[in-house]
Ligand binder design. Structure first.
Ligand code: FES
Length: 142
């Protein structure tokens, strides 16, 4: 009985995974399964929290060393798509200077993803906007 239940659960999970992969593409799917840079940073130099038009919130934390981002992380209370986008925003930020951070946009994240459902494209812009807001936090402290 338990074996059959396990089997049914596995089948259902596989179906959900395959549907997600088909809808979001391989890059986003893999990052959704294994998001990088999730969480806070101890004593961040810069941080921001932005609520998007959908009501979801993104937070980005940055730590600098020699004018470059040494550590970056994110938190979101949003959907899986916002987790994927926050993860790529943090990854893109690492190693960048302030000026280089300014060049990261929602389109930058969407280009990495390759394809992404139209209704979730705003998640990429929320992640990029939060990164820029963190940079603003930087300007206020300079
Ligand atoms: Fe709101 Fe993704 S950030 S649905």
């Amino acid at each position: 009985m338990i074996d059959k239940l396990d089997e049914a659960i596995n089948e259902l999970q596989n179906e959900i995974y395959e549907n997600a992969r088909a809808e979001f593409g391989d890059v986003a799917f893999e990052r959704w399964l294994h998001p990088l840079h999730v969480g806070t940073i101890n004593d961040p130099d810069r941080q921001a929290r932005v609520t998007g038009s959908c009501g979801d919130t993104m937070q980005i934390f940055l730590k600098f060393e020699n004018d470059h981002v040494k550590e970056a992380s994110f938190l979101t209370d949003g959907c899986g798509a916002s987790t994927v986008c926050g993860s790529f925003a943090a990854e893109l930020a690492i190693g960048k200077t302030n000026n280089e951070l300014l060049r990261i946009t929602g389109e930058t994240i969407l280009q990495i993803l390759g394809r992404f459902p139209e209704e979730y494209r705003h998640c990429a812009f929320l992640a990029a906007d939060t990164l820029k807001a963190a940079l603003q936090d930087c300007h206020e402290k300079d």
